[in-house]
Ligand binder design. Structure first.
Ligand SMILES: [Zn+2]
Length: 119
């Protein structure tokens, strides 16, 4: 694995003042301080109880889905799945595999899943 001294950073253009900027640790524009169209969701692995992982995933999927105004059926058809499958994921009865999780994330507008490694 190649190691970089400078971590990769995302660039975003503010929809209000058009300032092109690196995405920092907040979702506020560096110039006009308005909210950028981005939401961060940091999950600290050190604080995750492995048994609660499925409920964490389920809650995130539900929150994002409801935020987009999608029904479970709509999301299911977007990801090539069935409504009951989505329901079981949201209710932590089922842990989606990585491929399904990524499809779900894309359907819900997630544009980046980052993995941070501590040296
Ligand atoms: Zn701005």
């Amino acid at each position: 694995m190649t190691k970089y001294d400078v971590p990769s950073r995302d660039v975003l253009i503010c929809p209000w003042c058009k300032l092109r900027q690196f995405v920092g640790t907040t979702n506020l524009c560096r110039r006009c301080r308005k909210r950028l169209p981005i939401t961060f969701l940091d999950i600290s692995l050190s604080s995750i109880d492995p048994h609660s992982l499925s409920s964490l995933v389920g809650n995130i999927v539900r929150e994002l889905r409801q935020g987009r105004g999608y029904s479970q059926s709509v999301l299911a058809s977007m990801i090539g799945s069935h409504r009951t499958h989505v329901s079981r994921i949201e209710n932590a009865q089922l842990m989606p595999n990585l491929a399904l999780l990524v499809r779900t994330a894309v359907a819900l507008g997630v544009d980046k899943i980052s993995i941070r490694v501590r040296d």
